[in-house]
Design a protein around this ligand. Structure first.
Ligand code: ATP
Length: 502
């Protein structure tokens, strides 16, 4: 899996999906640029999300709020006080870790041990193997499960109570029973705020300090009344936003999984107090359906319900996906109560209330949010699309990107560069290029051109040959099946449309 992940990263660069930022200056850690194919895929992901929120739901509207916001907002939201990660350094290796992530890595290692034990037994007992019974009775498995349970409890307790020495002790203990870093020499744990600061105007005084937003949600909360009043919105209703967010992540790892500049797609759903659990369950299911509708392997998804809740939430879960480096969060669904609107009411002195015409009451709405990272979704799509396979004339790398998201939908090739074939190919292309993102390619053999387009996930390639000049038919080749068919030119649009629509 690790090998595959490295290949995927190299592929992303070689085929114009993702470049390291500032590469000619040796890069900038945890920042990336999207290339000619990457930007198309990214835009398609955003469009798929936006359509499913704003177009599909009459009661969800969009917003595009600024990245810079009044600094008080981040006090009200709790980010100035509480948006911290616990940080620890290893004195031997001089490596820096996020303490909670390090502890999770230990747990993952213990879980691995359990898996191995289960696999061994499955092989030994064959069909008669009862996994559930085995997990409950095998002493080594039971012991490891207890260990994980204990670690989790201690982690939650120590992090919640702010007992940083307790967190350090937990790491020291874990390195003894199950080494991850291979070293036992740790510094104390410090809290580190993840917000980037900058100055507004020309005077560098504290009063001019502002932050780059670490989430897009606050732009939605502070515009709640603007949108509700001007849109004459009735509860329940949602506001959706796509935009950049910035976090000074301590440990930037795993390519675009954890970046310092990234993009979020967030939707805040405002509702009547007391109805939050109903809507929380609703969005939890709806969001998983959205993922699965893309045709990605459903077995690779799972929910992770949070035991440890953020300061603003009364229920929260993640949708996790099995990335090449294990199951990790791709999206969060949080029941945020009236935490944000109440605090903005307190800090701004403006009443962020809703008048409910049905009950004749004024109240502060509750909120359920769905929050997904565009870049993480991008990585998810790439990781599940990347396929190496044997074909008749050797091997090919094909990106099985859901057709609706593919950067290029159709590639049009003239068989050779003369006899009027390029002209006909261009006429076909010009006819559909405003409907779909198309490529024209006349270099190399048709086989090589197919490979190039397999490697960027183009669902259809169309070849114009001499016969086409006579009968108005072309060859259309399917990326996944590699089946080639003759079709009339005037059917191209309908065939492609059918494949790439959602
Ligand atoms: P994590 O635990 O991975 O740091 P989080 O729980 O802090 O994530 P949220 O604050 O809930 O994440 O953000 C919502 C979504 O934004 C995440 O599910 C993820 O897809 C995305 N996201 C958060 N931080 C980053 C980052 N540094 N780089 C890329 N995407 C991110």
């Amino acid at each position: 899996q690790e090998e595959l992940f490295k290949k995927l990263i190299a592929h992303c660069k070689e085929y114009g999906f993702i470049f390291p930022s500032s590469e000619i200056y040796d890069g900038l850690s945890a920042v990336y640029d999207y290339g000619q194919n990457g930007v198309e895929l990214k835009n398609n992901i955003k469009r798929y999300w936006w359509d499913s929120m704003v177009k599909l739901n009459e009661n969800i509207v969009g917003l595009d709020s600024a990245i810079f916001m009044h600094p008080e907002i981040w006090k009200a939201s709790g980010h100035v006080g509480a948006f911290n990660d616990p940080l620890i350094d290893n004195k031997d290796s001089k490596k820096r870790y996020r303490a909670d992530v390090l502890i999770e890595d230990h747990m993952a290692k213990i879980e691995d041990k359990i898996e191995k034990e289960v696999e061994k037994a499955r092989k030994r007992f064959g069909e008669t193997f009862d996994e559930a019974m085995f997990r409950q009775t095998n002493p080594r498995v039971v012991e490891n499960l207890e260990k994980i349970e204990d670690i989790r409890k201690r982690m939650v307790q120590t992090l919640e109570s702010g007992d940083l020495e307790g967190v350090r002790q937990l790491i020291v203990d874990l390195e003894i029973v199950c080494p991850v870093s291979g070293s036992r020499n740790w510094t104390e744990v410090r809290q580190f705020n993840l917000m980037f600061e900058t100055k507004v105007g020309s005077v560098s005084e504290d009063a001019n300090t502002i932050y780059l937003r670490p989430e897009t949600a606050q732009g939605i909360f502070v515009n709640f009344l603007n949108v509700q009043k001007t849109g004459r919105m009735k509860l329940p209703f949602g506001i959706a936003q796509i935009g950049k967010a910035f976090r000074n992540e301590i440990v930037a790892r795993q390519f675009i999984f954890r970046m310092r500049e990234f993009e979020q797609m967030e939707m805040q759903f405002f509702l009547r107090p007391g109805e939050e659990m109903k809507w929380y369950e609703y969005w939890k299911e709806a969001r998983l359906r959205w993922h699965k509708a893309l045709g990605t392997n459903p077995a690779k998804y799972r929910y992770h319900n949070h035991d440890k809740l953020a300061h603003y939430a009364n229920a929260a879960c993640d949708i996790e996906f099995e990335f090449p480096f294990g199951f990790k969060e791709v999206e969060g669904i949080h029941s945020r109560t009236d935490f944000d609107l109440s605090n903005h009411t307190k800090f701004s002195g403006k009443k962020l209330q809703y008048f409910d015409p049905e009950t004749n009451e004024n109240y502060i709405p509750f909120v359920v949010e769905t929050s997904i990272g565009v870049d993480r979704m991008f990585l998810l799509i790439m990781a599940s699309a990347y396929t190496e396979e044997k074909v008749d004339d050797g091997e090919r790398i094909v990106l099985r990107i859901p057709p609706a998201l593919a950067p290029v939908k159709v590639a049009v090739f003239p068989l050779i560069k003369k006899d009027g074939l390029p002209e006909l190919a261009r006429t076909i292309l010009n006819d559909i290029k405003l409907d779909f993102n198309c490529h024209y390619d006349e270099k190399d053999t048709i086989g090589k051109r197919y490979r190039r387009h397999d490697a960027i996930g183009t669902p259809y390639c169309i070849t114009v040959d001499h016969q086409s000049l006579e009968d108005g038919m072309v060859t259309i080749r399917d990326r996944d099946t590699m089946v080639q068919e003759r079709i009339p030119i005037d059917r191209i649009r309908a065939i492609v449309e059918e494949k790439v629509s959602y």
